[in-house]
Design a protein around this ligand. Structure first.
Ligand SMILES: [Zn+2]
Length: 334
């Protein structure tokens, strides 16, 4: 559990004995909702919790550590192409929770639980990756929940869940930490430039941490994006994909947001270190096309979990990007 989740934790723990059968943890990306859910599961399954926390030493905690606790299941999008001899490519990252995964869960839950009078915890994350078929299969279970079972659903995009699923869960809104709390935490993680990374991450500390790890890749990407009409869509798509589709679109959105902001107000929110690149691009960018492109990204973000070819989709987006700059203006510049 992260320091900024303390109150939420206590709030849930007060109701430890009377928890509903399903909790929906929702809030923006990068604030540790899934880690919170895992910690909650661990604590509820622990045989000798210390105050409200898992002891870390009982059989249950050891099983949990090895991720094979018989009373715990985590359902996440399946990795389809996980062939052993192929190098692990993020492009193969599967983006949906399939109906067969939920059917397996139903089979598992129809067996009695391992520990007498114990709890079973099912973690579904990210819940917005349920497709229509798997969401409906899950709904049936939520409508007639098995005894002593807690479903934990985690989502960044609650608006994408079926309303019928949401209404069967008790929602818990997870908040962004305050800036100071986030900065203190990042400094404890030995981040040198915590302030600018936190700005880039829109205040979400775990995204800031990830941005630090991806710093080299992001720098290369910005170099490409700064080429404007001369960007190489195919090469750039490959680079973006290694971030995963959602983060790829997010990276583009931040760049386009700043390009628009700079064009209109000569300010930048996320790319304060790349003002000269933004300035140069603003001379040739067509504002109407830029706004149209922004809409395209909003749509792409909604589709980020759709099982289309992500690579093709990104190439298409980047080709579009090269067309929002007017070649004419560039040539008159020099
Ligand atoms: Zn324990």
């Amino acid at each position: 559990m992260y320091i900024w989740q303390k109150n939420q934790w206590q709030h849930i723990m007060q109701k430890r004995e009377t928890l509903p059968h399903a909790l929906l943890l929702r809030g923006c990306a990068g604030i540790g909702k899934q880690d919170f859910a895992l910690e909650l599961a661990r604590s509820l399954l622990c045989k000798a919790p210390i105050e409200t926390h898992a002891c870390g030493e009982c059989m249950s905690c050891l099983w949990f550590k090895e991720m094979h606790h018989p009373d715990f299941r985590m359902i996440s999008p399946e990795d389809i192409e996980s062939s052993d001899d192929a190098p692990k490519k993020k492009t193969a990252k599967k983006s949906q929770i399939s109906v067969s995964q939920i059917r397996q869960l139903i089979d598992y839950l129809s067996l009695s639980q391992h520990q007498v009078n114990g709890y079973r915890v099912i973690l579904i994350s990210p819940a917005e990756t349920l497709n229509v078929a798997s969401a409906n299969a899950l709904l049936k279970m939520l409508e007639e929940p098995p005894a002593n079972t807690l479903f934990l659903l985690v989502t960044n995009q609650p608006q994408r869940l079926l309303a019928t699923i949401t209404s069967r869960c008790q929602a818990i809104d997870m908040q962004l930490p305050t800036r100071q709390v986030a900065l203190n935490w990042l400094e404890q993680q030995n981040l040198a430039n915590a302030e600018s990374l936190l700005d880039y991450a829109g205040g979400a500390p775990l995204i800031a941490l990830q941005a630090d790890a991806d710093a080299d890749l992001t720098a290369d990407l910005i170099k490409q994006l700064a080429l404007g009409a001369k960007l190489q869509p195919f090469m750039c798509a490959t680079m973006l994909l290694s971030l995963g589709m959602e983060l790829a679109i997010d990276t583009l959105q931040k760049w386009i947001f700043d390009l628009t902001t700079y064009k209109l107000t000569q300010k930048s929110q996320y790319h304060t270190q790349h003002i000269s690149a933004l300035q140069a691009l603003c001379k040739s960018v067509n504002l109407n096309l830029l706004l149209g492109f922004q809409q395209k990204l909003v749509y792409a973000k909604k589709m980020a979990n759709h099982p289309l070819s992500n690579e093709m989709q990104l190439e298409n987006i980047l080709l579009h990007y090269t067309k929002i700059f007017s070649a004419k203006t560039i040539s008159t510049q020099f």
